[in-house]
Design a protein. Structure first.
Ligand SMILES: [Zn+2]
Length: 337
């Protein structure tokens, strides 16, 4: 089962693109393997407008965000889908410039000092040339963009909850809580145009990174199903193009995650000797056709799957890896726990 990715996208850096009567877009010049062509910043409305996810904090980028407005317009709302720095690093500065209050679910969840995957390395899979190339690209990357990840500074002025409605001048946005990518992720549904701003929950160009402990695959799957109950006509993600067949796309993501889980279970079933397989050995096979620079992120997703399987009592973590507890147990409902 494949996913029909939406990859046809020209970021037109520095230019404002009108997407619909109420929506304008600008793409920040922060492309990398996680942001695709960069962070898409959206303006909703005419006159008194909202900005969805201001993006990075580079001054020239924020100048461009302000320049998205026509003379006489002003930013009255800053809407935040979730607390990752490629979405929120520029919030404080944009707020200083505009005085607009921020609307978001809440601060980022706890970030542990050490991560269970800190010791996982895929160095052995990179040639010396590839390592040199990546190191050079890294050296050329602005400091801010190297810190892409949890933004633990952001606290919304106005904490929003699922079902809340934020009304502006001629626009109405409904909050849809979609935990998974982060626990505080929300989507914003623009009622007048039946469009859903999906942040990083559903993107066209790639699946979402689920990074435990704040990222949670079980929640993510439920948040995907939640979108199937809505009648949005298009999704507008932060990275990449608009998704024009939303439910089809969400169903493909659900099927994709199920097949990843099946792959893990199959790999564990055929584990050698002691039955243990480590995440660093699962990833290169499962993600053989994916850019190796994304394997660290993929390791997070595999870990997220294993935690989900563990919750169902189907796998267990041991000293050198993970083992299948009961290969015949098809689901948690068969277990009396
Ligand atoms: Zn994110």
């Amino acid at each position: 089962m494949g996913i029909d990715f939406y990859t046809d996208f020209d970021p037109t850096y520095g230019q404002v693109v009108g997407l619909s009567p109420l929506v304008r877009r600008l793409v920040a010049k922060n492309p990398n393997p996680f942001t695709y062509t960069g962070t898409g910043v959206y303006v909703i409305g005419r006159g008194d407008v909202a900005v969805v996810d201001p993006g990075p904090s580079m001054d020239d980028h924020l100048d461009s965000v302000e320049a998205m407005l026509d003379p006489g317009e002003r930013i009255t709302h800053i809407l935040v889908t979730h607390t990752h720095t490629d979405h929120t690093a520029g919030v404080a500065k944009l707020q200083e410039r505009t005085g607009a209050p921020t609307h978001g679910f809440g601060p980022h969840g706890p970030v542990p000092d050490t991560h269970p995957l800190d010791m996982v390395s895929f160095d052995e899979y990179f040639t010396e040339d590839e390592k040199a190339e990546f190191n050079k690209a890294w050296a050329d990357t602005p400091d801010e963009l190297k810190r892409e990840g949890p933004d633990t500074d952001f606290v919304p002025d106005i904490a929003v909850r699922d079902g809340d409605v934020i009304a502006g001048a001629g626009w109405t946005v409904e909050v849809v809580h979609t935990p998974g990518h982060t626990s505080n992720h929300v989507c914003f549904g623009l009622r007048e145009e039946a469009s859903l701003f999906t942040g990083d929950h559903v993107m066209g160009w790639a699946t979402s990174v689920i990074s435990p402990p704040d990222g949670d695959l079980f929640d993510y799957m439920n948040s995907l199903r939640k979108l199937l109950e809505r009648a949005d006509e298009r999704y507008i993600p932060t990275h990449g193009p608009i998704i024009t067949r939303p439910h089809e796309h969400v169903r493909a993501f659900l099927a994709h995650r199920q097949s990843r889980e099946d792959q893990i279970v199959e790999a564990l079933k055929s584990a050698p000797d002691d039955g243990q397989i480590a995440i660093k050995d699962l990833v290169p096979t499962m993600y053989a056709d994916v850019d190796k620079r994304l394997w660290r992120a993929a390791a997070n997703s595999v870990y997220a799957h294993l935690l989900g399987l563990q919750r169902q009592g189907r796998v267990e973590q041991q000293e050198d890896g993970w083992v299948l507890v009961d290969p015949t147990a098809a689901s948690s409902s068969q277990r009396d726990v």
